[in-house]
Design a protein around this ligand. Structure first.
Ligand code: PEP
Ligand code: MN
Length: 341
């Protein structure tokens, strides 16, 4: 399968709970690391805030007994120091931490010189620069085992998700930092156990490197994030579904795929040639405008162009927002070219 699977409870609740889930996850095979929150960032006060240091002691003990690797969330330099004291080799920065450069900077200080693996969840707001910034700060601190985790974003309208996946934001991160593997956290995206599998499968279609999934031995009794945690058996089924996914395009599909890709390459070349011609015409127009003393930007003409293109796009079945953005870009470039000429 070749995917990294991190699974485990939202929070450590007792030595027995941790033992039970560890035993089940080790038995499943394919789980490379066990997640378990020890300090829980709560959006509002009053919720379970984690057991802290005693939980780390159980993790250290069970890591030896089951030959398991644990990871937990850190938000303060003291958390990092405690993890190191208890032999925890991997930590994650939660969404509320990634979004705060002061906190990230302090954690970088604490992590400097260690060989800990660090997972970086996306910030709660869809600003890829905050996410990139946290990764870059860690890289600058000499941490080289860094993995990004897309856990969805807080949106005013989250259309059925707890935290809406914004695949395009994560794609931007991958474009900027192709060396950083990325996992999907379908649990915090969906907020419901039945949403985990479809989201995880969507992430696989986008070639994510793996998953971070919340798994609890008895989800109905969980002290935090009760609705979204899977049972170990349900994780087993999800892993089965992942194993059934085709890894390479097989047999007959291949020539058809190659032919279609060839067509797309041809069309892209045509598109660029047409855009170059369009900019050439803009330069000629600029000459006339200059001669006749007309301004480069002509609002009436631009409005008419946009109306016409949107109408045609609608007739052709193209998305309105996409068309609008595309022509705003083209127009901006045309204005730039005219200013320059
Ligand atoms: C968690 O993983 O349990 C958690 C609190 O995550 P996030 O920072 O993504 O909300
Ligand atoms: Mn959680």
């Amino acid at each position: 399968m070749g995917k990294t699977i991190i699974a485990g409870p939202c929070s450590v609740e007792s030595r027995e709970q941790l033992r039970e889930v560890t035993e089940a996850l080790v038995r499943l095979r394919g789980v490379s690391m066990i997640r378990a929150g020890v300090w829980k960032p709560r959006t509002r006060p009053g919720g379970f805030e984690g057991l802290g240091e005693p939980a780390l002691g159980w993790m250290q003990e069970l890591a030896k007994e089951y030959n398991a690797v644990y990871c937990c969330e850190v938000a303060r330099p003291e958390h990092v120091a405690l993890c190191q004291r208890y032999g925890i080799r991997a930590v994650w920065l939660g969404a509320r931490t990634t979004g705060n450069p002061f906190m990230v900077e302090e954690l970088c200080h604490a992590l400097q010189g260690s060989s800990m693996a660090v997972l970086v969840k996306n910030p709660t707001s869809p600003d890829v620069r905050l996410w990139l910034g946290a990764i870059e700060r860690l890289q600058a601190a000499g941490i080289d085992d860094i993995t990004a985790v897309h856990r969805g974003f807080s949106m005013y309208h989250s259309s059925g998700y707890r935290n809406a996946p914004l695949w395009e934001v994560a794609l931007e991160l991958r474009r900027e930092r192709p060396e950083v593997p990325i996992l999907c956290d379908p649990s915090h995206m969906g907020g419901r156990a039945d949403m985990v599998e479809p989201i995880a499968l969507a992430a696989m279609q986008l070639d994510y490197n793996g998953l971070m999934v919340e798994v609890h031995p008895h989800p109905e009794t969980a002290w935090s994030d009760r609705e979204q945690q899977l049972t170990p058996a349900a994780l087993g089924q999800l892993l089965e579904a992942l194993r059934r996914l085709p890894t390479t395009v097989s047999g007959e599909a291949l020539p058809a795929l190659m032919a279609l890709r060839g067509h797309i390459d041809d069309l892209d070349h045509e598109l660029l040639t047409l855009l170059a011609r369009r900019m050439e015409l803009s330069r000629e127009i600029a000459d006339i405008k200059r001669e006749k003393g007309l301004t480069i930007y002509q609002s009436k003409r631009w409005e008419a162009v946009m109306q016409d293109r949107l109408q045609l796009a609608a007739d052709l079945g193209l998305d309105e927002d996409f068309t609008k953005e595309l022509f705003e870009k083209i127009h901006a470039e045309s204005v730039r070219v005219q200013m320059e000429s």
